[in-house]
Design a protein. Structure first.
Length: 125
């Protein structure tokens, strides 16, 4: 006697295959669709400052050297997240070296108070 068995195919049907491919395609596209992170640049002074102009100040201050801690010498803004942790941003950056920006901002602030900031000739750029 011959018996007949119905064999189910081991490969997925057309509908199951379509759903699987569609799900994979959707995952791939969603990974590529995220917008690129934009970079934001910051200055410590306004761009209109004339930080190194000589004015008729009644008082002069000489600053030999501005020294920053190593953790502030990064291109990214550094902010404190807890008592012992610092975070260096990769999307918020300084537009110029921090020590130069600090000198320009300090010079401008002192000039508004009729005080001029002098630096030794060996340190001027």
């Amino acid at each position: 006697m011959i018996q007949q068995f119905k064999v189910f195919p081991s490969q997925p049907t057309g509908k199951a295959l379509f759903i699987g491919v569609f799900a994979l395609f959707t995952c791939v596209l969603s990974a590529c669709s995220s917008a690129p992170r934009s970079l934001t640049y910051y200055l410590l002074h306004t761009t209109g400052d004339s930080a190194y102009t000589v004015n008729k100040a009644s008082t002069a201050v000489v600053i030999d050297k501005i020294t920053l801690p190593d953790y502030l010498k990064h291109r990214g803004l550094v902010y404190q997240t807890s008592d012992t942790n610092l975070h260096i941003s990769t999307s918020h950056l300084w537009a110029e070296p921090v020590d130069e920006g600090l000198t320009k901002a300090l010079t401008s602030a002192l000039a508004s108070k009729q005080v001029s900031l002098l630096r030794p000739r060996s340190l001027r750029k």
